[in-house]
Design a protein around this ligand. Structure first.
Ligand SMILES: [Ca+2]
Length: 395
């Protein structure tokens, strides 16, 4: 082969498929039952808190799971079978001043008596015991927000504090399929908090206040808590510590999974669009004022996108700027911003197997105080199936 032809082929092949990222998954702890998240209190303790869907929060300290849970709110939950339910304890975030005020926030699914509703989403604050840093005070609960849920699925569940200290909450479209509640569905209905990312200020005596710089304050028929709209099931989102970009993985309907960068007041398209494609109507949909994802893949590759983190840890500087994420089916990917194309390119993450799939399902990702990124996995599902394993990602 002539050298210049070989060079041409090389250029062609490198532009059509992103280079695999070869990382190592180091097991940190195992034995969790339906683990659905991992958060750090960022208090200098290096402890990790693992949420189990059934209502327990367990502490990993020095790579060991403490025998007594930090918290158990299973009695507060609406009935669920963790083998298939999307309800339960779904999210948790520590207050930025947790070390001083002991406050943290959880998102869970509770029973409701409201007619026509399946359950309600509850966002509450709790306090850690002043006498025991490894024990939450259940009686300290203050309910911040309750949102009626018409169906059992698509509940979102992510909680995260933004760099400015406000609390962001991810809510799905109310569930069922195709967002068929009401005339236009919930994602596009600005008079419901379903299908949105909310932004609230919890640093006040009353449960919460709406920040005055939210995009839709003082408008009739628009919920002022809304930060962004048009989402289907924003199961996991995170802030990039360096750029403060809010990366949100929105789980798709039948065909497309997507990653978005969430900006103030933007509409991310659901149910008009699924990813970059018209959904309802299926053709010639009106895309005006809609913000398209930075990346999508179809259901030949995955089934439910699981949002991760932009790596900003100190341990692996060459990983900086990579958005690490996956799919529930066990596949791991990265996104990398190209200064040339001004787009985010997606490539596979290999972790020892001959493909980018792990041995198990991916439920969530987590990040510790130092910026290390963790994968929250599970092999078998069921109320008594402690097959959850937490891995750290790195070289
Ligand atoms: Ca979208």
């Amino acid at each position: 082969m002539k050298p210049h032809l070989f060079l041409l082929l090389l250029i062609f092949s490198s532009s059509s498929a992103q280079t695999p990222l070869r990382l190592r998954m180091t097991e940190i702890a195992r034995g969790f039952t339906s683990p659905i998240g991992l958060v750090s209190p960022a208090d200098g303790s290096n402890k990790l808190f693992v949420m189990e869907q059934g209502g327990k929060v367990k502490i990993i300290a020095e790579n060991k799971v403490l025998p007594r849970p930090f918290m158990d709110i299973s009695s507060k939950l609406d009935g669920l079978n963790v083998a298939y339910s999307e309800k339960g304890l779904l999210g948790m975030a520590f207050h930025p001043d947790y070390k001083k005020n002991g406050l943290f926030y959880v998102y869970y699914s509770a029973k409701t008596k409201e007619k026509g509703m399946d359950h309600k989403s509850v966002i509450s604050s709790f306090r850690v015991s002043p006498n025991d840093p490894n024990l939450a005070l259940l009686e300290s609960e203050q309910i911040i927000m309750e949102i009626p849920q018409p169906e059992s699925n698509h509940n979102g569940g992510q909680l995260a504090f933004g760099p400015e200290g406000y609390l962001y909450i991810g809510l799905g479209d109310g569930g069922g399929a195709g967002d068929d509640h009401g005339e236009e569905g919930n994602g596009q209905n600005m008079n419901t908090r379903l299908g949105k990312i909310l932004r609230i200020d919890v640093n006040h005596e009353k449960p919460y206040e709406v920040p005055s710089d939210n995009p839709f304050v003082n408008l009739s028929n628009i919920k002022p808590e809304i930060w962004a709209s048009g989402l289907r099931n924003p199961w996991r989102f995170s802030f990039d510590r360096a750029t403060q970009n809010l990366f949100c993985a929105d789980v798709g309907q039948n065909k497309y999974e997507e990653i978005n960068i969430i900006r103030k007041g933007k509409n991310y398209g659901w149910r008009i669009m699924e990813g970059n494609h018209c959904y309802n109507p299926a053709q010639d949909c009106n895309q005006r004022n809609l913000t398209l994802p930075i990346s999508e893949y179809d259901h030949t590759e995955g089934i439910s996108v699981i949002g991760g983190y932009v790596y900003r840890g100190l341990e692996f500087p060459s990983l900086h700027g990579y958005y690490l994420f996956g799919d529930w089916n066990g596949k791991l990917w990265y996104l990398e911003y190209s200064e040339v194309s001004k787009e985010w390119d997606r490539g596979p993450i290999f972790t020892g197997r001959d493909n980018n799939e792990i041995d198990g399902k991916i439920n969530s990702f987590g990040e510790d105080e130092a910026g290390n990124v963790y994968v929250v996995t599970q092999k078998l599902f069921g109320p008594k199936s402690p097959t959850g394993v937490i891995y750290k990602l790195g070289y």
